[in-house]
Ligand binder design. Sequence first.
Ligand SMILES: [Zn+2]
Length: 151
Amino acid sequence: MNKLQVEAIEHGTVIDHIPAGMGVRILKFFQLTDNGERITVGLNLRTSDGGSKDLIKVENTTFSKEQADQLALFASSATMNLINNFEVVDKYQVQLPQSIDRILQCPNSNCITQHQPAQTRFYVNHSNCTPTLKCQYCEKSFSVGLFKELN
Ligand SMILES: [Zn+2]
């Protein structure tokens, strides 16, 4: 890891190895800009293997396991680095959960959840490289990219 990219944060979380282009979506998804903490975002950073990535540093913020798993929907390669006193005290790779509850809207316009208040639930199928989500209500499957967050 490039030392320059993490050294400025004293306490908080560094989300690293985000696929380039997903950083801004993750900011919105977790509403990270709403809590007033200092956030540093790196977009299209060069990686050692010649690719590019996004990176997000959030001060004084930690993520629950559930949140980290949700992150895997957009960035299955992401790593969470917990920073305390300028040092990485914990580091792990995000993992797709079995299901995603409440936070996403079904892309099927005929789905009952579009017309009645309901807690959405989608079952994650990650047997192939692009994960799909199956709606508990209409039982249709959609690729992750088609989903919008519930407001
Ligand atoms: Zn549905």
